[in-house]
Design a binder for this molecule. Structure first.
Ligand code: NAD
Ligand code: DAU
Length: 334
């Protein structure tokens, strides 16, 4: 099997490539990534010399480059995206380009290349914010609230259209908030860990009571693997771990694991359009594909904190250069 993976130098993509090379030593894996600020080949340093793995630097919006790289692929898995909500609030154009136009470019190239299956890595955010005690299923209406979520929703529609119009074999996943090793420190958990390690303030948006369902990245990789191999064409699968926590619960857990004082918590201006709660019902993937989250919130958080503590060089490199400018822009006048 030959897998064409886009965005494999990012957080979930790099964990997924590592998962594949371990579980399926016969599979060939091509990682096609533009290496934006979020893409980092350091994330794959330990597998870079694996003879079954190859890397191509390229943009999913560049049809010619995609046509060349996709030749011979059996399955496309599209992780490539602009993925951070706060950046989409600053400006949505890159999100529309990569997440919408890029996905359609890949669909066209995959159809021309007679790829057997196209897998879209979407997000639970396409369904917007849910009420207390409400759980989104795969048939809940799509009500994206941020420019990021709107672009991911548009991409999903083009994937669905390719299935209906051209009969392409497509599957889509909607995962909840992932966390774990190699996550870029603009996202809540790595940002809070790396700030706390340096005794810097921890910027909590609003009242800190927004709820997310935290999914350990290796559980997400196993779910994507299950959908890739066994998911039914044209179907959508939610991936959730039934581990709902408020942001304050997450942050105090991290501070306790690090042995740092809760006084580092600093309330700052809320995110515009901030979704209050994400919670999906993962019954479909559990019953149809036999997948279940294995990592508990407590053990996943402990592993994650220890990973960041022991990868100081990786942290220092990701928190330098443009990251410092981003942090000042985003937080200095908040
Ligand atoms: P990330 O930001 O860490 O990585 C994105 C990767 O895509 C980077 O390597 C980047 O270089 C690459 N990329 C960006 N634009 C590109 C382009 N035009 N062409 C080729 N490569 C490009 O993202 P992540 O957190 O690993 O998320 C991966 C996917 O999973 C995204 O599609 C995201 O929407 C989805 N998702 C993420 C989460 C989460 O909690 N992180 C949850 C659900 C779904
Ligand atoms: O639900 C899946 C989505 O999860 C993915 O599709 C996105 O790619 C991913 O970024 C994530 O989106 P969120 O907006 O939920 O994640 P983020 O880590 O940015 O924020 C999590 C919560 O923490 C959210 O309520 C906002 C809050 N927050 C975040 C940051 C960065 C803070 O309070 N302070 C912060 O500094």
């Amino acid at each position: 099997m030959r897998l064409f993976i886009t965005g494999g130098a990012g957080f979930i993509g790099s964990n997924f490539i590592r998962h594949l090379l371990k579980q399926y030593p016969d599979y060939k894996v091509i990682n096609f990534d533009k290496l934006t600020y979020a893409g980092n080949l350091d994330n794959l340093r330990d597998v870079a010399d694996n003879s079954k793995y190859s890397f191509i630097r390229g943009d999913i919006c560049d049809r010619q480059a995609v046509d060349e790289a996709i030749k011979g692929a059996d399955v496309v898995i599209n992780f490539a995206a602009e993925s951070h909500v706060d950046r989409s609030i600053e400006g949505a154009n890159e999100f529309i380009k990569t997440n919408v136009l890029g996905t359609q470019t890949l669909l066209d190239a995959a159809r021309t290349a007679h790829v057997y299956r196209f897998m879209q890595i979407s997000t639970d955010e396409v369904m917007g914010s849910c009420e207390a005690n409400e759980y989104f299923t795969e048939s809940s209406p799509l009500r994206p609230n941020s420019p990021y979520a709107a672009s991911k929703t548009a991409a999903e529609h083009f994937v669905r259209a390719a299935h209906i119009t051209f009969g392409m074999d497509v599957v889509t996943t909607r995962a909840s908030n992932n966390y774990g090793p190699y996550q870029f420190p603009e996202k809540l958990i790595p940002l809070m860990i790396t700030n706390a390690v340096e005794d810097q303030a921890l910027p909590v948006y609003g009242d800190g009571k927004n709820v997310r369902d935290w999914l350990y990245v290796e559980d997400c990789c196993r779910a994507i693997d299950a959908v890739m191999h066994k998911g039914r064409s044209g179907e959508v699968y939610n991936i959730g771990s039934r581990a709902e926590k408020t942001n304050l619960e997450v942050i105090t857990t991290l501070l306790d694991l690090l042995g740092k004082p809760h006084s580092l918590i600093t309330y700052v201006k809320d995110r515009l359009g901030h979704d209050r709660r994400y919670a999906t019902d993962p019954t479909k993937i559990e019953q149809e594909l036999g997948w279940q989250a294995q990592e508990s919130f407590e053990s996943g958080m402990e592993k994650t904190v220890r990973w960041y503590q022991s990868h100081t060089k990786w942290v220092a490199r990701t928190r330098s250069g443009d990251y410092i400018k981003y942090y000042e822009r985003m937080y200095s006048s908040r």
